[in-house]
Write a protein that binds this ligand. Sequence first.
Ligand code: HEM
Length: 450
Amino acid sequence: MGKKIPLIPRRNTLANAFRFVKNPLPVLNEFVEEKGDIFAMYMGGFSKAIFTTDPEIVQYVMQKNNRNYRKSEIQTKMIAQFAGQGLLTSDGNYWLRQRRLIQPGFHKAKLAALSDIMLKVVQESCIDLDKLANSNHAFDLSVEMTKIAFQVVARSLFTTSVSNQELITLSDNIQEIQEYIVQRLRQPYLAPWFYLTGKSKRQFKISKESRAIILRIIQERRASGKSYNDLLDMLLGTRYEDTNEGMTDQQLLDESLILFVAGHETSANALAWAFYLLCKNPDSIEKIRNEYKEVVGNRKVEFSDFPKLKYTTQVIQETMRIYPPAWITDRLANEPDDIKGYHIPKDGMLAIYIYGLHHSKSYWKNPEDFIPERFEKENMKGKPSFAYMPFGGGPRLCIGNNFAMMEMQLVILELLKRYDFKLVANQKIEAMPYVTLQPKNGIQVDITKR
Ligand code: HEM
């Protein structure tokens, strides 16, 4: 007989249902406080999920015994029906085959080639930001960071093979589909309503529209025979080890679309939160600027500089600890399992509450405070490795983690070089867990040119 997993009584779940729909974070945090690192909760109907903030359990599920766990249908069906079967949404043997094929495209040498594309995107974005700086009007950081992050993924994938109008369409469509998915997850009872009002049908329509744009780019690129050294070239050039054949257009399309979905909102939110925290901690801005002066000076920032920009890296790590863009993930048990004396039934769902891990008083001193130095090597000694997991862990670790770190460093450095940032006074900033953790009402700032 194993240990009993504390259950949140159904009446508590109901009593909290309204608050949960409004914002699940405070409710979940209360449950963690009350029940500890593992508890079960009804998720509607009779299905229960086991929530955990225990790094040992998380490591076991994500890494040590990962073969016994699969992703839930939220990722493999719900997101996949609009975004297709790409790395993020596939599972089992198909996933493994694709991961092996695509992984080399994210190796260091390839990223070095992408760093110049990224720098260009950031510099181009400054044209818009200059206008905002001159206008004396406040603006929402989340909106601007989303534009930059979208351009970064788009240009890294397709360089110049996609028009600005197409990019806007893609960006709007992906945003709308994500919002729809979140609503469906939070308020499943609205499904018939979405059906009746044609909202579901519209999602399929705009998903089709996005896929058509990407398919055209792929087909034109294949036909052109030109090389661009971007991610699409890499995806086109890879061959399966066993057959020595490349991906089909449909596979390329699915993988490209998934890179958009997985890779833009996450980075955009991390960046918005980073600037927010920096505004509140101006000493850190000075430290970043000094580090930049020391490491880079007046020349252009290069790929080999990134590992040397240690403090900047720590600021990004600390930002993602406090505001992890991927705030939760899940796994289902293929077969019954026992973890630390707890029994997990077949098909039992584990909700890995990343936000809770990152704010746990057991692993972080003053978890609500912004202290980038926590990430210095000596300060991290002895910490369980899964106490911090903004990019997940185990074989399904985010494939874009180094890409994202480089992107965030570039954006922060280039923007701090050019602008001073000031938060608009008296705004309420609330972290809201949609697909990613977003500032609910945005983050209003004023910028001035330095
Ligand atoms: C700050 C930025 C980012 C964060 C916080 C983040 C977070 C994550 C997390 C937590 C996972 C694992 C999910 C799970 O195992 O359930 C993941 C997977 C993934 N991410 Fe990221 N990500 C970021 C940026 C990116 C970028 C820039 C790209 C691509 C250009 C990307 C592509 C992917 C893909 C394809 C997967 C699925 C990998 C697989 O299952 O094999 N991500 N990401």
